[in-house]
Ligand binder design. Structure first.
Ligand code: PMP
Length: 360
């Protein structure tokens, strides 16, 4: 730490992202990326946009926001316009804006004890208190525990790390049970088999849905996410955005996003393939004795009854397979594994089989 750092950051512990090795040495199953390249039209549009990089990008993201509102309207049956969406540099950015705009001493952040690890960091970074509500013994969110929670709620659905999804009805219970507070539903993984809560926007003005182009839409490296909510909430978030970084989306990413939205068939096909590969991997892991949470995401969360989770992670890494291990108490026996292509999963299962035989 330099002697110039503001004292308000003395105790800040930054978020630690998953390893991103810059060589091709690993089968990379640690940060829930898509194994599929971006839609061909997305790449083509990004290359075209690169030729105009001497100009600033559109701070209103107009073309992309309109295209996105159209897509979300089709998916939800609602009539959403670009006033209902804010486009951000990854969904991390809209989450950060949300903590800045809607959390305070009077409205602390509230989220499960096991969930996306960036939530407590955003809270600390913005100097707002937070409260963690424990998952039950089976690592499930219990909706009743969130009724009248007394703060701005953050629910990842499916939940991060466990992959367990709540139904739209259960999310509605939480939204209805907190009429005076904002409920943020982080749907980063919703396209792999869970129900989106977008249709609830018609009935509730205390709901903000967050999604990303990083997972099902194969654009993790482009950094693109969004929030969908009432025009009033979107206006507040834009006040924060325009006070920090009005050109938050670069022109190439904006163009790539439009290309993705023009090829919904490609996205859907890829999601279906991931779901098939997840079922295949789950079956094989069950046969190997692993306990798994019931994941509706593009990853699985697994633990072995006899072999330590940290050891599995280390041995897999030594053999060129990167998975994610968390050391937080209730998760320390688990590993999170991204679902990739069938070839990747077969290799992962083969190496894992060897590791388990050795460590058992
Ligand atoms: N929410 C959840 C639950 C996540 O797991 C992630 C990925 N780390 C994000 C949000 C952020 O993703 P991105 O910024 O790439 O959109």
């Amino acid at each position: 730490m330099s002697r110039f750092l503001s004292s308000r950051y003395n105790d800040l512990e930054p978020y630690v992202p998953g390893e991103q090795p810059q060589d091709q040495k690993y089968i990379k199953l640690n940060t829930n990326e898509s194994p599929f390249p971006p839609a061909p039209g997305a790449v083509r549009r990004a290359v075209e946009a690169a030729e105009r990089l001497q100009l600033y990008s559109d701070p209103d993201c107009r073309a992309l926001a309109e295209k996105l509102a159209e897509r979300l309207s089709l998916d939800s049956g609602l009539n959403l316009s670009r006033d209902n969406v804010i486009i951000t540099n990854g969904s991390d950015e809209v989450l950060n804006f949300t903590f800045m705009a809607f959390c305070s001493d009077e409205r602390p952040a509230v989220f499960p004890d096991i969930t996306y690890g960036f939530y407590p960091v955003f809270a600390d970074m913005n100097g707002v208190p937070y409260r963690e509500i424990p998952l039950d013994d089976e690592l499930r969110i219990v909706p009743e525990d969130y009724i009248g929670a007394g703060g701005t709620l953050f629910i990842a659905n499916p939940n991060a790390h466990t992959g367990i999804a709540l139904s739209r009805g259960q999310i509605e219970e939480i939204v209805r049970g907190n009429p005076g507070d904002l409920v943020v539903v982080d749907e980063a993984y919703v396209d792999f088999g869970a129900e989106s809560s977008l249709p609830l926007l018609e009935k509730y003005d205390n709901l903000l849905i967050v999604q990303t182009f990083s997972k099902s839409r194969s654009l993790a490296g482009a950094r693109l996410g969004f929030g969908a909510a009432s025009p009033e909430i979107i206006r507040d978030l834009n006040t924060i955005r325009n006070s920090t970084n009005p050109y938050n989306i670069n022109s190439m990413t904006m163009a790539a996003g439009i290309g993705v939205l023009e090829d919904e068939t490609y996205t859907r096909k890829n999601c279906e393939e991931i779901i098939v590969n997840r079922r295949y991997t789950q079956k094989r892991l069950n046969a190997m004795g692993f306990a798994l949470t019931d994941s509706s995401a593009n990853f699985i969360f697994m633990k072995h009854p006899q072999v330590d989770g940290g050891r599995i992670y280390e041995e897999m890494k030594a053999r060129g397979v990167l998975i994610r291990h968390f050391t937080k108490e209730r998760m320390a026996q688990y590993n999170r594994v991204t679902i990739g292509s069938r070839e990747q999963m077969d290799l992962f299962l083969k190496v894992l089989g060897e590791v388990i035989e050795e460590l058992k």
